[in-house]
Design a protein around this ligand. Structure first.
Ligand code: NAD
Ligand code: MG
Length: 382
């Protein structure tokens, strides 16, 4: 029996992780955490019987406690609750499927407690990779990628000599606005941006895919996970999303991982690595697919990608500002307070305004986040 905890259990990755638990009887859910969806958490508690369930807000936790008084699940709240999960004695694998930088502290605590991390929460690595990766190495803890591209790279490195990697080829679908020019993006609505061609995901990451900021975050995530410099990470637009990413080696050979676009495979791979458990579902039919195509990303229109390379080259606290300004800008866009293209302006403005701290501590990372938020509030008077 493998005991797992899921931070962000009511979200897109969280619910797909629970589907895998349903199909693999040797997985036991020991702890669950979510933001505010009390009803969904109640259902999950009744089905999976975790020892601990955490709601971010105190109010939601109080309501959940009343609703589940007849169960043996202990309900906690806030950061304290997340940290309690991260350090639970019994827990073996922590799936970090929370959205945003809130994942930093629980991930660090889980590493300190020797837990394997199945990492979906890319914002944690983008902002605190310089703390997380050395700490994981020191504690001999595995960080197994759940993000599909990084899982593909990880799978393509299996059994290979990592010293011989010459390039990571990170594939991108191009999002719903691929092929459009800047002037055609001025009046994009929230509904347009939430219509992703291939993947069904949470709202924030779906908007990030439309701006290509998601790919920018993934370049930074790849740098930390695989220890490869950003110049050796090339983004390739591949609209069919069948090749999930590739690794080129010193002899010119390229290893790739292919499959239908479904997050359940990378989640399951992280949970059972290095085993490949059977999984039902659609398969790639190459006769039906007939062709795959590739393009250079349009970085002039989708400015989010180059800004990520700027942020990682500058290093220190700059990737935090890139990420935090984006988190704020996307939430303003989803609230219909700014236009689609203003997301880029706010990220750029926040980055220009920031004075980099070279090796930021967790507190300094959180300060840089707060500063980016303040910059946006001040510049736009929201
Ligand atoms: P989502 O919005 O669908 O779900 C987020 C989950 O986090 C929800 O359960 C929510 O309740 C919970 N949450 C939010 N704030 C919280 C808080 N303060 N405390 C506790 N729980 C909180 O998001 P998602 O699409 O599942 O993405 C989760 C993470 O995985 C993100 O970092 C995203 O970039 C990454 N990711 C997602 C996909 C995907 O296919 N959805 C693919 C690759 C990577
Ligand atoms: Mg991805």
């Amino acid at each position: 029996m493998k005991n797992i905890g899921i931070l962000g259990s009511t979200g897109s990755i969280g619910t797909q992780t629970l589907e895998i638990v349903r199909n693999n009887k040797d997985l036991q859910v020991t702890a669950l955490a979510a933001g505010s969806n009390v009803l969904k958490m109640e259902e999950q508690i009744r089905e999976f019987k975790p020892e601990i369930a955490v709601m971010w807000s105190q109010e939601a936790a109080n309501e959940l406690r009343v609703r589940t008084a007849d169960t043996s699940t202990n309900v906690l709240s806030g950061m304290e609750g997340l940290l309690e999960i991260a350090s639970m004695e019994k827990l073996e694998v922590l799936v970090t499927a929370i959205v945003g930088m809130i994942g930093i502290k629980p991930t660090i605590t889980a590493i300190l407690s020797g837990k394997t991390i199945a990492l979906a929460n890319k914002e944690t690595l983008v902002t605190a990779g310089h703390i997380i990766m050395p700490l994981a190495a020191e504690k001999n803890v595995s960080i197994l990628p759940v993000d599909s591209e990084h899982s593909a790279i990880f799978q393509s490195m299996h059994g290979e000599n990592r010293e011989r990697v010459s390039k990571l080829l990170l594939t991108a679908s191009g999002g719903p606005f691929r092929g459009r020019k800047r002037e055609e993006l001025t009046d994009i609505t929230v509904e347009d941006a939430l219509r992703h061609p291939n993947w069904s995901m949470g709202r924030k990451i779906t908007v990030d895919s439309a701006t290509l900021v998601n790919k920018g975050l993934e370049v930074i995530e790849a740098k930390w996970l695989f220890g490869v410099s950003p110049e050796k990470i090339q983004v390739v637009v591949h609209p069919q999303s069948i090749i999930h990413s590739m690794v080129e080696y010193a002899d010119g050979g390229i290893m790739a991982q292919l499959g239908v676009p479904d997050m359940k495979l990378p989640i399951q791979y992280a949970l059972f690595y290095p085993d490949r458990r059977p999984m039902e579902g659609k398969r790639v039919d190459f006769y039906e697919l007939a062709s795959m195509s590739f393009e250079r990303p349009d970085t002039e229109t989708f400015r989010g990608l180059l800004m990520a390379y700027d942020a990682i080259r500058e290093g220190g606290s700059m990737p935090t500002v890139y990420n935090a300004a984006n988190e704020k800008a996307v939430s303003l866009f989803l609230d219909r307070k700014i236009k689609f293209l203003e997301i880029y302006d706010l990220i750029q403005g926040a980055m220009e305004h920031h004075k980099t701290v070279k090796f930021p501590s967790v507190e300094e990372i959180l300060d840089a986040e707060a500063e980016a938020y303040e910059y946006i509030a001040a510049s736009r008077r929201f």
